[in-house]
Write a protein that binds this ligand. Sequence first.
Ligand SMILES: C[S@@+](CC[C@H](N)C(=O)[O-])C[C@H]1O[C@@H](n2cnc3c(N)ncnc32)[C@H](O)[C@@H]1O
Length: 267
Amino acid sequence: MNPAGPELGDAFGMQLSDSLRLQRPVVAYVERSDGLITPSGSAQWLGDEESWPPAIRELLGNASGRVLDIGAGGGRHSAFLAGRSCDVTVLDNSPLALGICRERGIQECVLGDIGKSADLFRDSEPFRTVLLLGNNVGLLGSAAHGTEILRQLHDVTAEDALILAEGRRPVAVTEENHAYVTANRARGRLPGELLMRIRYRTTATSWFPYLFCDPSELALIAQPAGWEISDVEDFRYPGSPPAAPLLSYTAVLRKSGRPGTDAQSAG
Ligand SMILES: C[S@@+](CC[C@H](N)C(=O)[O-])C[C@H]1O[C@@H](n2cnc3c(N)ncnc32)[C@H](O)[C@@H]1O
């Protein structure tokens, strides 16, 4: 028995590895800082392109050249693009997820944090495409952290680079979410800023910041970092009830100027 609670570790990578080893979906839990726990199945992270929403396949049609897949997980998008002549590098802070990417044949696998992108890739050839898929706009974490991450991505990408992004709007319909969003607003945070961790069996990741934001909030985060948002497309995941609110969206970010200079004065 471990009265100290879950062990700190690579809970997300363990979930993916177990699912592949057992050849069946397994469930992890997303725990939010207020104690709310939500189940999260592995199938959504391991399905091939047939199971993806059309909006994601369409977005990936914009990818070309040297690609950086940030928070690549099991590498489903990277493997797809590598099969279409892109030169793919994956970045993830989960060692087990990177192991799965390697087994899928992706050779450039970098263990690290999205917040260290400039240090990690400053000396490498600039990327033409950056992926923030599987709702990885969430990894921007907050307005300030998000702008800093996008500034770093500006540094390590080509002039005509695109960020192919998937985001999700915050929801405040349940009592718990309404309370969380209200507390964020009271502290001057964006409504959809979360602190959360992933739990799988007796293991938990560290707590990390995560962001649900709408496209207009993403535009405000991106603008001082020298990116502008376009081609926003709302979509639902297959299997969602038709009456469910349209929360997910894809977007393309293009360079609009240099961070903090042309971009800011343009606003
Ligand atoms: C929701 S999953 C999405 C995986 C993949 N993009 C997909 O759609 O299948 C998020 C991924 O981001 C990784 N991740 C979380 N925080 C990160 C960070 N700070 N830096 C780099 N990767 C991170 C996780 O390990 C996980 O693989």
